[in-house]
Structures are given as C-alpha cells and as structure tokens.
Design a protein around this ligand. Structure first.
Ligand SMILES: Cc1cc2nc3c(=O)[nH]c(=O)nc-3n(C[C@H](O)[C@H](O)[C@H](O)COP(=O)(O)OP(=O)(O)OC[C@H]3O[C@@H](n4cnc5c(N)ncnc54)[C@H](O)[C@@H]3O)c2cc1C
Length: 395
C-alpha cells in the first residue's frame, strides 16, 4: 500500500522541521524526510545566534532585522531553556570601518525594531571597565558598546522542533533519502530510499526544504519545478576547548573589516565566520586552511594572550541570491519558489524559522483551498482557514 500524505517535506534542517511542525499543528498529515540526521546540514553549522542581525542594518534589511528580533522574543519564551540571552561587546577602533556615532545609531535602531517586552537596549562601557574585557587589544580603541542578543544550540533546537512535529502527528523518515518525485493526479508520487530499501509515497503537496541541496533536489523532480538562481557561500567556524569569556564579542576583522563573532561555547570558545563562494557538492563542504588562518589571525590580534590551538573546525553553506554583490552584502531574506503543488524554500535564518514556516504554510493552505473550491470533496473541505501559529507551543 502506498502511504498518502497531505505534505511531504524534504530536508530535516530547521526550515523543514519548522514547516512540518506548523503543518502538523494545523491538522495536515505530514512526512518529514531527512537523508542523514536531523540538522546534519547547515542547521548544526551556524553561529548558534538567535539574533536580529545587527550587521544587516548596514545593508538596510530592516524588515528582516525587525522580524528576527520579534522571533528572538518568541523563542526566548517558548524555548527558554535552550535559547539564552547574553551580552555582546562591540569594540569600536579609531582605524575601524565605523565611527562610534554610527554604531550608536545602529544600536538605537536595533532597540526600536525589537519593540516592547524584548531584550534590554545598549550602553557604552566606561573606559575604567576596559580592563575587564579579557585582555582585548586596546590600542587605537575608541569605545566599547554592549547590547543583548541570544545564543542557542542549533542542533538541539532543530531536534526539539522535529520532536514537536512528531508529537503533533508528523511521520518522521530518517535516515531516508528523497530520490525522485513525479507528478500524478493527486499531487506527487515520491520515491525514497531507506538504506537499500526503496519505497513510494503519495502527497498532495511537496515541500523542498533541502537547504544547500535545494536545486539538486529540484533537478530530480518531474516535471522540473521553478527554481531560483542562488550561490552557496561557505562559512567556517573554529572551536577552542579554552574559554576566553562568558560574554560574546562582536569584532571587526582587521584584514577586511567584516563582522566576526567570538562566542562562549560548550565551556570553550567558538569563532566565526568566513564568507567564501562555493561551487562543489554540499556533501563535501569543509573548512580550508586559509579560512582557519584568517580566523586565527583575528583572535590573536584582538586577544594577544589567547594563543591556543583550535580543536575543531567546520563549515556550513548559506543559500544566497546570485548577484554581483559581495556575499556580505547579499540579502538574507528567505525566498520561495512555487510551482504546481510544489514549494521550495531558499535561504533564511535559523532565528526566523517559525516565521518562514508560517509563510510557507499559508501558501500551501491557500493552494489547497483553491483546489478544494474548484473540486469540492469532503476531505478537501477540512483545509483550515485560521492558522494555529506555533508561537504558543513550547518546544
Ligand atoms: C556559517 C553560517 C552561520 C550562520 N549563523 C546563523 C546564526 O547565528 N543565526 C541564524 O539565525 N542563522 C544563521 N545561519 C543561517 C542558518 O543556519 C540557516 O539559514 C539554516 O540552518 C538553514 O536551514 P535549512 O533547513 O534551510 O538547511 P539545512 O540545515 O542545510 O537542512 C537541509 C537538510 O536537507 C537534507 N537533504 C538534502 N538532500 C536531501 C535528500 N535528497 N533527501 C533527504 N534529505 C535531504 C540535508 O541532509 C539537510 O539536513 C548561518 C548560516 C551559516 C552557513
């Protein structure tokens, strides 16, 4: 017997998990298909920040920052045990890219976009307290600001959302690889492989949330659905077992003025990230020695006494719009490609997964409603009109 679902979601990263959770919560039957492990892709390789993205103010992505700050507030409420506020120290150097008044303006805007009942604002650290900054290089230091954002464990967060999807009735298929999908009368006939066993499923709607694999997955669908032209941009982190600080540092790289984070992580320190265009197979992404050297140069310049060796390094891939801008300046907004009974998710942030899932679900329900109006049957009239959003569901 071929099992039939309202929705098959390909990809068990945060976006696929979020869409499966939202759909299951709203009464749809869902299969979530992941080929290796939950959060095995980008969703375990992020900087693990639940943040508005202060640096996106530089490129005027105000809508994204506002939405992310509000999602930060929601995640602090519904996952408070794994999403924790922390202080971020932002040193401004005389030879840096920004003047203190520009950083202050950015922080005021960040505070305003956060809205009420959100994390506290910012302040300037008195010079008398610079000595407490874990040996930060103070030559040419003009001033230091502090503001609040949040940290999480990205893999655990994804796992929690997957668990919530299961609790609301989603069927979890992992490790199961999506192989192909073919259009049929009811929607799609989907072929998957669990180890060497090949199975077929049917679904009314197919969601491609395969992150950096999104266009590879699209290639296997017949007829080929609409796609978006994207670039994959590699971001590397290095990890130290030694702890530099309990607090986070938002630094400007002396080499190219990019923003880089130094973060407390599992009792040690995490440093990242880089932005390098990548055109290989996402299965084989790994950090290069140049990226590791670049990050080491930053930490050794900013904290000259911290001359430890990293114990680990890993790389993840951002899915960014393809254009002539530098990766740093490209939009981080999520994009959707829509086809017949098909929806694909491109890009987006860990922080915004809930909002992305809600937007995706609205599109799916709208198309199901249009279908049921054109061809009314008992089953299709069960498509919900009012969405139950997941902002009240603890994970
Ligand atoms: C270096 C870096 C740092 C970042 N830092 C932050 C941050 O601090 N805060 C923040 O909010 N965002 C951050 N982001 C963004 C965020 O991590 C990503 O937007 C998010 O994790 C993407 O999730 P996803 O589900 O789209 O993709 P992924 O997590 O990559 O999930 C896709 C999944 O699809 C699966 N898959 C692929 N092909 C198949 C197939 N054929 N069959 C079945 N499964 C398949 C893969 O195994 C994978 O698990 C960062 C991104 C990068 C690269």
């Amino acid at each position: 017997m071929t099992q039939t679902f309202d929705l098959c979601v390909v990809g068990g990263g945060i976006q696929g998990a979020g869409i499966a959770q939202a759909a299951a919560l709203n009464g749809l039957s869902v299969a979530l298909i992941e080929k290796s492990d939950w959060a095995a892709g980008t969703s375990s390789k992020s900087s693990k920040l639940i943040h508005g993205g202060l640096r996106y103010l530089q490129t005027f992505q105000l809508g994204l920052v506002r939405e992310s700050l509000r999602e930060r507030r929601t995640l602090l409420n519904i996952a408070g045990d794994i999403v924790k506020p922390n202080w971020f120290y932002l040193p401004v150097y005389k030879n840096g890219r920004f003047k203190p008044w520009q950083v202050r303006l950015g922080l005021i805007l960040y505070r305003l976009l956060a809205g009420r009942k959100n994390l506290a604002g910012y302040r300037r650290l008195p010079r008398s307290e610079w000595a407490q900054l874990e040996g930060l290089n103070t030559s040419n230091l003009d001033c230091v600001f502090l503001y609040q954002d949040a940290q999480t464990d990205d893999k655990l967060l994804t796992q929690r959302v997957v668990d919530s999807a299961r609790q609301h009735g989603a069927t979890l298929l992992c490790p199961t690889k999506f192989l192909t999908a073919e259009r049929c009368d009811e929607g799609y006939l989907v072929t998957v492989a669990e180890n060497d066993e090949i199975t077929t499923l049917k679904c009314r709607r197919l969601v491609n949330a395969a992150g950096p694999w999104v266009n590879r997955v699209a290639e296997t669908i017949d007829p080929k659905p609409p796609t978006i032209d994207v670039d994959l941009v590699k971001g590397t982190h290095i990890e130290f077992s030694e702890k530099l600080s309990e607090r986070c540092f938002y630094l400007e790289a002396q080499q190219d003025h990019r923003a880089v984070f130094v973060l407390p992580h599992k009792g040690g320190t995490l440093l990242g990230t880089t932005e390098i265009l990548f055109d290989g197979n996402p299965d084989g992404v790994s950090p290069s020695s140049e990226e590791v050297d670049y990050l080491l140069e930053i930490v050794r310049y900013q904290f000259p006494h911290f001359n430890h060796h990293p114990i680990n390094a890993w790389a993840g891939l951002r899915v960014l719009p393809s254009n002539d801008k530098s990766p740093f300046n490209r939009s981080r907004e999520v994009q959707f490609a829509e086809g017949d009974n098909y929806l694909a998710v491109y890009g987006g942030k860990l922080t915004g997964y809930r909002a992305t899932a809600e937007a995706a679900l609205k599109k799916i329900l709208k198309s199901m409603r249009l279908e049921s109006e054109a061809n009314p049957t008992g089953k299709q009239s069960s498509v919900p009109f009012k969405i139950i959003d997941s902002s009240k569901v603890n994970i």
